[in-house]
Ligand binder design. Structure first.
Ligand SMILES: NC(=O)c1ccc[n+]([C@@H]2O[C@H](COP(=O)([O-])OP(=O)(O)OC[C@H]3O[C@@H](n4cnc5c(N)ncnc54)[C@H](OP(=O)(O)O)[C@@H]3O)[C@@H](O)[C@H]2O)c1
Length: 325
């Protein structure tokens, strides 16, 4: 089968389209004919060898697989031909992938492979962070950093679906326009955004901050958190991991929380299925809709990854492994 293979640690340009053997499912795994896989920032970290885990070289990156079942274990509830999407550790940029039964989800009619790929890693991670970690409530104020990125734009849409008031921060007018289109109540550029957040929230400040960026945005964003505010760290796209002066948490009873899809995969797998069901329902009701700005064939996967690395991507980039995605 054709696959984009990472043979050495480095940037997207070193990925090569290669013919490799089809993956063999272990007990408890399905085999999927992959139609679409979306591009995620974590792929960049994984191929650079700087992610939390380092797969053994060579490996195929790609964190989800939307496609149809080729084979499934007895009693799994899946049969050949079922349309599914699966969360993967890696392996999505290939014509076939294997996935655990408990991380494979049947696609409702009306959800294309394209949409399913865009809706999975980014939206599941974001929904888990907002609902289960930050406990975001309707009528609270949500500040979203990196609001035009994969998880950022998902946070804007999910914040609105949960009934929150959403303030979106992004670096360019084009990115801000997309965040506004996705439902943000206020959009702010990188200038004096901290003062503008405080002006928009009155004296109350922000209830929840969703931060996939870190770096220089962390410090001013923490200052906007009001009494009892929750700051959810989901990633450090800016490359710099911030430090937290503890007194700034104590005084206003603030909490800084980490949220990781990996945690739920290891410790609360039931949350994944409940979250996918919720996402599919919101998609059917038109309350969320992944914003796919670029669709690329498998052999151009590196272009998609470069768009993320160079901060040009908006919303989701999806790789069409097969033309029918
Ligand atoms: N914890 C989890 O479960 C989880 C799940 C998915 C993703 N993540 C993490 O969340 C982060 C974002 O992932 P993503 O897939 O949404 O990426 P993405 O689509 O590339 O979005 C990243 C955003 O970060 C901002 N940014 C600021 N400095 C940047 C830099 N130096 N390079 C690139 N982007 C920069 C950009 O917005 P501006 O230009 O507007 O600043 C960009 O829109 C990553 O760190 C990823 O690992 C975590």
């Amino acid at each position: 089968m054709r696959a984009m293979v990472c043979g050495k640690w480095g940037g997207p340009e070193q990925l090569t389209l290669t013919n490799v053997p089809e993956p063999v499912p272990k007990p408890g795994e399905v085999r999927i004919d992959v139609h679409a896989c979306s591009v995620n920032f974590a792929d960049l970290l994984m191929i650079a060898g700087t992610y939390q885990t380092r797969p053994e070289l060579p490996f195929v990156p790609g964190l989800e697989a939307a496609g149809s079942i080729v084979s499934a274990p007895e009693g799994s509830g899946f049969k050949p031909g079922d349309r599914v999407v699966a969360i993967l550790w890696h392996g999505g940029y290939a014509e076939q992938a294997v996935a655990s039964v408990q991380e494979t989800f049947l696609l409702p009619p009306g959800v294309s492979f394209d949409v399913a790929a865009a809706l999975t890693s980014a939206y599941v991670s974001t929904a888990l962070a907002l609902v289960r970690v930050a406990n975001l409530k309707a009528s609270e104020v949500l500040l979203v950093l990196g609001a035009s990125g994969g998880v950022g734009l998902a946070a804007v849409q999910l914040g609105k679906a949960l009934g929150a008031k959403v303030i979106a921060v992004a670096s360019t007018p084009e990115k801000l326009a997309i965040a506004r289109e996705a439902g943000a109540d206020h959009v702010l550029g990188h200038g004096d955004w901290k003062e503008q957040v405080l002006a928009a929230t009155g004296s109350g400040g922000v209830n929840v901050c969703f931060d996939p960026v870190g770096g220089p945005l962390f410090d001013p964003a923490l200052s906007t958190l009001g009494w009892g505010g929750r700051y959810v760290l989901v990633g450090f796209a800016a490359g710099q991991v911030p430090s937290i002066p503890a007194h700034r948490l104590l005084v206003k009873h603030r909490a800084v929380l980490g949220s990781s899809l990996r945690y739920f995969r290891h410790h609360d797998p039931a949350a994944l299925r409940e979250t996918m069901d919720q996402l599919f329902a919101w998609y059917a009701q038109g309350r969320i809709s992944p914003y796919i700005t670029l669709r690329l064939p498998l052999e151009r996967t590196a272009d998609g990854l470069l768009a993320l690395a160079e901060r040009r991507a908006i919303g989701k980039v999806v790789v069409h492994v097969r033309e029918s995605a």
